[in-house]
Design a protein around this ligand. Structure first.
Ligand SMILES: [Mn+2]
Length: 356
């Protein structure tokens, strides 16, 4: 393993970690205007800036906000994603808000002289390791990273909230697209304010609400399907097994187990359904997604008790998952036979939920 300073590489301006380094970190006590001034101090008009992100709504919108802040302040800003964007809502966001993203493999780093990471820190992903970021703005727990400008606020629900504060400090009225992106990012990162949220997140959200296009945000939010998922819905509807408020479906071979999650959640929308168990085969593993209403029973417990002996299984009251290697499953059931496998799953779960 490389040490952090090794990872940060050659251009180490602040390599020495000492107590005085903490003064480089920007803390809450500075005013928004002062933070903005220090951020702008990092850049000059002939800079070519590369913002590197692990693209999700928060990272994308934060990069868009920084690009807006640097408009006419630098020679150019490029946003580059280290990951491949696959989630349908993220793809919808990029398409509808016309976000220009270039995958990291297509970037010629020598064209850039300033590097920024938003909504992540270098330790989060090995792809960040080859950059020495000049600026890091993030809301994840502080990994002790060094950079010329750091604004890490772990209490915040989203980096988008931090970026909104910078826009407001700069008196920039965000375009509908930018506001929608930031608005949607706060919604997703806080899971609609059900997860870690500060009053600052709420304030940013209220501000963005006034500028965002709510219809666009709703379309993005609802785009959780890909066209080729529909065949799995068809299979699930045709071969589902329903009994006493429990619905089971086995999808057979799936490209991506996310589709099990979508269909399990879909069945939970039926008013008379309390349990939904959807499975699929992917990467030589049987993936089981369990959902329940979280009132009477515990999905995590049922997953663990039913399948824990043959593979990793567990979760919360209402959501759980089990992953059974096919190499182990073959001793228990003929998994190539969809019907037999579904029966086996029904049996294993009914035993534990007392429905048998
Ligand atoms: Mn985030």
């Amino acid at each position: 393993m490389l040490s952090l300073t090794q990872k940060l590489g050659k251009r180490v301006r602040f390599a020495k970690v000492s107590a005085s380094d903490t003064c480089l970190r920007i803390y809450m006590k500075l005013s928004a205007a002062e933070k903005l001034r220090r951020l702008y101090n990092q850049f000059s008009s002939d800079d070519h800036v590369l913002i590197v992100i692990n693209a999700d709504p928060d990272a994308i919108s934060s990069a868009m906000a920084l690009k807006r802040l640097l408009w006419r302040e630098v020679a150019g800003v490029t946003i580059s994603n280290i990951n491949v964007v696959e989630r349908p809502d993220n793809l919808a966001m990029i398409r509808l808000l016309r976000v220009a993203l270039i995958h990291i493999n297509e970037i010629d780093e020598s064209r850039f002289n300033r590097f920024v990471i938003v909504d992540s820190q270098p330790d989060h992903h090995e792809a960040f390791a080859k950059y020495t970021p000049d600026v890091i703005i993030d809301h994840h727990p502080d990994t002790g990273v060094q950079a010329s400008f750091l604004d890490i606020r772990p209490k915040y629900g989203a980096t988008a909230s931090i970026m909104t504060e910078y826009l407001r400090a700069a008196r920039i009225k965000p375009s509908a697209k930018l506001a929608t992106a930031l608005f949607y990012a706060i919604k997703t990162d806080t899971d609609n304010f059900k997860r870690q949220t500060t009053i600052e997140d709420v304030r940013s959200f209220q501000f963005l609400y006034r500028h965002a296009n709510i219809h666009l945000a709703r379309k993005i939010e609802r785009s959780d399907l890909k066209l080729d998922f529909l065949k799995y819905f068809k299979r699930a509807l045709e071969h589902k097994h329903m009994r006493k408020g429990m619905v089971f479906a086995h999808l057979g071979q799936v490209m991506n187990p996310d589709v099990c999650v979508l269909i399990a959640d879909f069945f939970m929308r039926i008013n008379s359904v309390n349990w939904s168990i959807v499975s699929g085969l992917c990467d030589k593993t049987l993936v089981l997604v369990l959902r329940n209403d979280g009132i009477r029973e515990n999905a995590g417990k049922v997953a663990k008790e039913s399948f824990g002996l043959i593979g990793p299984a567990g979760g919360h009251e209402s959501m759980a998952r089990a992953e059974i290697p096919l190499a182990d499953l073959k001793h228990v059931v003929d998994y190539k036979n969809d019907k037999k496998l579904l029966n086996w799953i029904v049996n294993m779960i009914e035993k534990k939920t007392g429905k048998k």
